[in-house]
Design a protein around this ligand. Structure first.
Ligand SMILES: Nc1ncnc2c1ncn2[C@@H]1O[C@H](COP(=O)(O)OP(=O)(O)OP(=O)(O)O)[C@@H](O)[C@H]1O
Ligand SMILES: [Mg+2]
Length: 267
């Protein structure tokens, strides 16, 4: 059987119209299926890489293939495969949608109009909310939720959908310990039960390093790609986060200590 790659990225460069080179000389391959983390500081091109993979941004050089499809020529196909949770929610909070409407969206948008939720759609939506411990909020207006609760609902929306790739851009940002643990656990469980790919952008590898198989260290180009164990390496982390970055071992576990450790958490 031929090996399928979640990502095949060759000689990629991405430039914004203002001339900023967000990514350059990016080369890597990740086998499918996987749970992978994309790790790097602010401005390192993490979101740009996901947007390029989805065909929302066109490279100035090189190529991105997602499960064999070219991000420029075949982006419509790619978008059908991907359940994307963008960085910061873009759902207008002035629209009085309920939690159930938000989660059901992932199922209804794939149907032709008129779009009605079937019993199966509702079951999938409820199951996804249960996974992040939000099932009780089914009828609550989404804008009334806290930031962490909203993030959990958006992860549930992705879990309720279909498609072999979940791409989550900083789903842990602005969440407390409880929400963070809930999201990480839900993603891990879902991945154990389904043969899907999960791609998660994060500033902090610590909460997920035992779950992920592949880690891409990014600082506008690839600093490292490999197993979490190989990437939790002081020399590599220094290249990404500067000379104060460290990997420490404590009680048999490794932890990355960087300026960004814990930034996703609000204590
Ligand atoms: N729409 C845009 N127009 C111009 N430059 C942009 C745009 N979006 C991003 N950039 C620039 O591209 C670079 C990479 O940005 P990107 O948002 O991909 O980084 P990131 O790793 O996702 O950062 P963060 O951790 O802050 O989300 C940055 O220098 C940023 O200023
Ligand atoms: Mg980003």
């Amino acid at each position: 059987m031929t090996q399928q790659f979640l990502f095949e990225v060759k000689d990629l460069a991405v430039k914004y119209p203002n001339g900023e080179l967000a990514l350059y000389n990016v080369n890597f391959r990740i086998e499918s299926p996987t749970f992978m983390a994309i790790v790097g500081p602010n401005g390192s091109g993490k979101s740009t890489l996901l947007k390029t993979a989805l065909g929302l941004i066109k490279p100035v050089r090189g190529q991105v293939k997602v499960l064999g499809y070219d991000s420029v020529r075949e982006n419509k196909k790619i978008r059908k495969l991907v359940r994307y949770v963008p960085q910061r929610d873009r759902i207008g909070l002035s629209v009085p949608l309920k939690v159930k409407d938000i989660v059901l969206m992932s199922r209804l948008l794939k149907k032709p109009p008129p779009r009605f939720a079937s019993a199966k759609d509702k079951e999938m939506a409820r199951d996804a909310l249960k996974r992040v411990n939000m099932a009780d909020l089914w009828d609550r207006p989404f804008p009334e939720l806290s930031g962490g609760q909203r993030q959990r609902v958006l992860v549930a929306r992705a879990l309720a959908g279909d498609g072999p790739i979940l791409m989550l851009d900083e789903p842990l940002a602005g969440t407390d310990h409880e929400s963070q643990d809930m999201i990480v656990e839900a993603l891990g469980e879902y991945r154990n039960e389904h043969e899907v790919n999960i791609v998660m952008v994060t500033h902090d590898l610590n909460p997920i390093h035992t779950l992920v198989q592949d880690v891409l260290l990014l600082k506008n180009t690839v600093v490292g790609v490999g197993t979490p164990c190989d990437m939790m390496n002081t020399e590599l982390l220094e290249k990404v986060y500067g000379p104060t970055a460290r990997v420490i071992e404590y009680a048999g576990h490794r932890y990355c200590v960087t300026h960004d450790s814990g930034v996703d958490r609000h204590y």
